[in-house]
Design a protein. Sequence first.
Length: 178
Amino acid sequence: MTSAVPDLPLRRAAPEDAAAVLRLFDEAIAWFVSIGNTGQWGTEPVSGTPRWEARAEEWCSGDDSWVVEHPEIGVCGLIALGDAVDYVPATVEPELYVRVLIGSRDPRAKGVGRRLLALADERAAAKGVDLLRVDCYAGGSGDLVRFYEACGYTRAGTFAVGEEPNAWPGQVLERRLP
């Protein structure tokens, strides 16, 4: 997997990055609202929301969490790797799970998501694990699922969070390292 941003610094995430990560989510939500895709995270910014602040702090404090920094725009991407989340079907083999991936919509950050997924490949290989999995929103236009497919992931199952008719549709995807 190649990246369009090979020269941007990559480093382990730290708790101090949580506010920047929340800004990335706010930016993504504003963009989703602008294109009429309001089902993924809603329509309101998440900064200042205790639940989201706690999540961002957890992601940024993880043992295998990483950020990309741009000299002009700061933190422009985060990936948090670890165990699978509770709401997806379990697998019986060792895996590395992409718990969260978020990148800036700023054109200067183009390719950050792919770069962070390439890092996930490297981290899995270093751990001797050849299975990576990720879940994402399966609603809207389907572009998010197609993004992961373009990065070498294949569909592995669907799930729903919550009760119908307002359940959040999810897609699990997986990638096997060569």
